[in-house]
Design a binder for this molecule. Structure first.
Ligand SMILES: [Zn+2]
Length: 260
């Protein structure tokens, strides 16, 4: 038996029984944990929060035999900018799903928690759709970094050469290739601006390149998911994300042979 004070965000909430909610929390101190909030599915004076995603809560949790129950809750930040926009809510849900499928249960991830809070607060104040997409791209790249699949030193998957100006992406292998190793007609040449951005987040890329970046990141995340045996959880997220960010363009580009 133990009590925990924690700063946490709700990744997802579902109703259990008549009155209770089961929350999947991303906690700064505990990582991803499931907690039951009793009596929260009905309007009650006891709770000042509705226990829905897109807020940061200061929670007191009671733990017994690995099960958590919410004892008290205080809202710290409510991301009203996300809640009041359909587009932002959908992207926020994609961020929650992405975090949810790669976080290991009860494993503290302070770096990922910081990236996650940055993503939500940036999405909250994003001024247009392009900025919203950029938030998602940055968060996807943060997740790849955190999982050890980061792109900060791109190397050719075939020969191991550090990649310079000519960076090719193979949609067959979901890997980067150099000019010599690229399969003609199958690998896509990545624009230097996008290649630089993917590696060090520097420079500015336009909205079109942000979407290409997301399409590449999703492919790399899929490879990571199959290596980390979380592919089942990933598929649900990937399907939503592909629709949300129109990532089929990369397949269409394959045929037209344009530089991305
Ligand atoms: Zn090579």
């Amino acid at each position: 038996m133990a009590y925990h004070w924690t700063l946490a965000s709700i990744l997802s909430a579902s109703r259990v029984g008549e009155k209770d909610k089961r929350l999947t929390l991303f906690s700064r101190e505990l990582g991803k944990v499931t907690a039951v909030a009793r009596g929260t599915a009905v309007a009650s004076a006891k709770w000042s929060t509705s226990f829905e995603p897109f807020s940061l809560l200061y929670l007191r949790l009671y733990e017994r035999s690995g099960f958590f129950t919410v004892v008290s809750s205080e809202e710290r930040v409510v991301y009203t900018g996300i809640l009041s926009s359909l587009s932002k809510s959908l992207k926020g849900m994609a961020i929650n799903q992405l975090a949810g499928c790669f976080l290991e249960p009860s494993s503290e991830e302070p770096g990922m928690f910081a990236s996650y809070v940055t993503a939500l607060s940036s999405l909250n104040i994003a001024a247009n759709v392009g900025e919203e997409d950029r938030v998602f791209l940055n968060f996807s790249l943060d997740i790849l970094d955190a999982l050890g699949f980061g792109l900060n030193s791109l190397r050719c998957e075939r020969c191991g050469e550090a990649l310079g100006d000519d960076v090719f992406f193979s949609t067959a292998d979901n890997a980067f290739h150099c000019l010599h190793c690229a399969s003609t007609g199958r690998d896509i040449l990545i624009s230097p601006e996008l290649a630089t951005f993917l590696q060090n987040r520097q420079g500015s890329i336009d909205e079109h390149h942000v979407l290409i970046g997301i399409a590449l990141a999703l492919r790399l995340l899929r490879s990571a998911a199959s290596k980390l045996a979380t592919i089942q959880a990933f598929e649900g997220f990937a399907k939503n994300a592909a629709t949300l960010f129109r990532t089929n363009m990369i397949e269409n580009n394959e045929e037209s042979q344009h530089e991305l």
